[in-house]
Design a protein around this ligand. Structure first.
Ligand SMILES: [Zn+2]
Length: 305
């Protein structure tokens, strides 16, 4: 255990361990054959839709997933920072890309690691693909009143370890908010979760989603905690930053967000060998991208002050 370990760190660490043990139990009898990953260079040369970019990570080991993100950013000449961390809990590299200008920062996070034996397509290669796609789309016309930070974290599956180190080592005061993307590749409605009391960010996200024709409680949902589910934004929330999860689910299964006992889609493949690229839905990825672009536009306008 490292110095400066707070009770919260211990709780996150234990949560990560429990998750991994439950995953091992749940997948012990799954005989789904492993995914053969596509060579990284082929992905880099290929098209840059979120769907195509999920292959950057799908089916690789965590070390290879981490290396693939850095290699992609370098190959595409996208300037990025490396945040390396190491502690008794584990080590890894977070990568961040800043786009735009302004004093306030909206942080969009997606973890690049996956659990053992899962190809990690929806969790979380899809989210990484969406953010990489978004970076290239914004490069043409970066916002002038808002800085966006795209953060690709390591070791989310170890109790948000990469994000916890990042949050500790960064100026959280400049963060207007955090959205952590998880399971963004299946479904037709957006879920903003871990939402407690109303904040300027929640209001802005809500009006942005309404603005692209999504009706609340039908095509987008704002909910509290989702049982058995967490993400990197939880490393920022205790530091006073408005921080939420951003996920897609099929509208028909939105009710399950409150219970999650029967494991409906997309949670049925979550953390299993069946979390493969073939299960991803291009319209879901497109919706996530459109929703985030709307949120960025609205946030740049609102300023969130
Ligand atoms: Zn995840």
């Amino acid at each position: 255990m490292s110095r400066g370990l707070s009770p919260r760190d211990v709780a996150f660490y234990l949560r990560g361990r429990l998750t991994r043990q439950l995953t091992r139990l749940a997948t012990a009898r799954d005989r789904t054959p492993p995914v053969v990953p596509v060579p990284v260079d082929e992905v880099i040369r290929g098209d840059r839709s979120p769907q195509a970019l999920t292959r950057l990570l799908e089916g690789r080991s965590n070390a290879d997933r981490e290396a693939a993100v850095a290699r992609y950013l370098r190959a595409r000449s996208i300037p990025f920072s490396v945040h390396r961390f190491a502690s008794a809990e584990g080590s890894g590299e977070n990568f961040s890309v800043d786009v735009g200008a302004g004093a306030r920062v909206l942080l969009l996070a997606a973890h690049h690691d996956a659990v053992d034996r899962s190809p990690g397509a929806n969790d979380n290669a899809a989210a990484v693909g969406i953010l990489l796609s978004l970076i290239e789309r914004l490069a043409a016309a970066p916002p002038s009143t808002l800085r966006l930070r795209f953060l690709f974290t390591a070791a989310e599956e170890r109790g948000y370890l990469g994000a916890r180190h990042y949050a500790r080592d960064t100026q959280v005061g400049e963060l207007a908010g955090v959205l952590s993307l998880e399971l963004c590749g299946i479904g037709d409605s957006v879920v903003i979760w871990d939402a407690g009391e109303e904040t300027p960010l929640l209001r802005t996200v809500g009006s942005a989603l309404e603005g692209i024709g999504l009706a609340r409680d039908r095509r987008y949902h704002v909910v509290g905690r989702i049982p058995m589910f967490g993400s990197d934004h939880r490393a920022f929330a205790p530091l006073g930053v408005p921080a939420y999860g951003f996920t897609l689910v099929p509208s028909a299964n939105a009710d399950a967000l409150r219970h999650l006992i029967r494991r409906p889609v997309p949670f049925d493949t979550y953390h299993t060998p069946r979390d493969r690229g073939s299960t991803l839905e291009p319209p879901a990825l497109a919706l996530a991208l459109q929703a985030l672009e709307a949120v960025i536009g609205a946030t740049a306008q609102a300023g969130l002050r």
